[in-house]
Design a protein around this ligand. Structure first.
Ligand code: NAP
Length: 275
């Protein structure tokens, strides 16, 4: 990855995950600056990872080739109000704020000339196993796209969306997805306890089962359906359990849940349209 000066605004969970990913990918810490309105938060992170720390917004972005907006969606408008007079050097902006369209960020900045990328990472990025959807505006050139892709690849896998609205579907799949799997693990753990196993054992085995199944699905070229069919012997215990899940319309429930999440993501993106 080409070494550009990159500034993270907001020193929270997502910024920390991305910065750790960059450092693990041997990105030089001296090219990274961090700023947060809670100064001690940015300072602590900077000290721990040998980053630059900027006490105010203008000094944070002055020499930045790339600025990552890593604040909560409802803080984006206020941040842009503070940023708009500090961008004459035309940095690339990368937003990680869920549900905030690039057009809104351009409007908050009163600036339509900037290259901007919107991202939808997910929480497993915190441990380097994320899945990030990306969308770039028309001002973003190939080099900037490649750079952003490398940033998010340092914490997982990446997909470029052809249209910004696809990020709503990505939100419903991988953004909210870890919580669906946590629910499945909770349900398996609780059911195993009801069957007489100890809680700690039920938890460990539920987690290991999800991990093992995910790794098998990752490591084979076969469709997921085929993996399921392979381990479902006719007349066996797995077939019995799956039949009960089908009676409960598990697939339709997932379809309904993800349609709900996608529709809600679209609605939220209209809510973040006013400063
Ligand atoms: N965490 C995730 O797994 C995840 C997944 C996908 C997307 N995202 C996106 O990532 C973004 C950041 O999430 P997060 O969980 O990292 O948030 P976070 O832990 O709350 O960190 C954001 C930090 O930025 C500070 N901040 C707010 N406005 C600021 C400003 N104008 N200037 C400087 N600092 C400011 C916040 O202070 P206050 O707390 O006082 O506001 C907070 O310390 C969100 O937009 C979220 O949608 C996160």
């Amino acid at each position: 990855m080409q070494h550009k000066n990159i500034t993270f605004i907001g020193a929270g969970h997502m910024a920390t995950a991305l910065i750790r990913g960059l450092i693990a990918a041997h990105y030089p810490a001296q090219c990274i600056t961090v700023h947060d309105k809670h100064l001690e938060k940015a300072q602590t992170l900077a000290n721990e990872l040998n980053l630059h720390y900027a006490p105010n917004l203008s000094s944070a972005v002055k020499n930045a080739n790339i600025i990552v907006l890593a604040v909560k969606p409802d803080a984006i408008a206020a941040l842009c109000a503070g940023l708009k007079d500090c961008l004459s050097h035309q940095p690339l902006l990368i937003s990680v704020a869920a549900g905030v369209p690039l057009a809104n960020i351009a409007r908050f900045l009163e600036n339509n000339s900037l290259a901007m990328i919107r991202s939808m990472p997910n929480t497993p990025a915190l441990i380097g196993s994320g899945a990030t959807g990306l969308y770039a505006n028309a001002k973003t050139d190939h080099a900037a796209r490649e750079w952003a892709e490398s940033l998010f690849r340092s914490v997982g896998i990446v997909h470029w969306c052809a249209q910004e609205a696809d990020l709503d579907a990505i939100t419903a799949l991988s953004g909210s997805g870890p919580a669906y799997i946590f629910l499945v693990m909770e349900a398996m753990q609780e059911a195993a306890v009801t069957l007489g196993l100890e809680n700690a054992l039920a938890k460990t085995f539920a987690i290991q089962t999800v991990l093992g199944a995910a790794r098998m699905a990752l490591e084979t070229a076969h469709p997921i359906t085929e993996l399921r069919v392979q381990i479902t012997s006719p007349g066996g215990t797995t077939e019995k359990a799956l039949a009960i899940l089908e009676q409960g319309h598990l697939k339709s429930l997932f379809a309904e849940a993800m349609q709900g999440a996608c529709a809600h993501a679209k609605k939220l993106s209209t809510q973040h349209s006013n400063p």
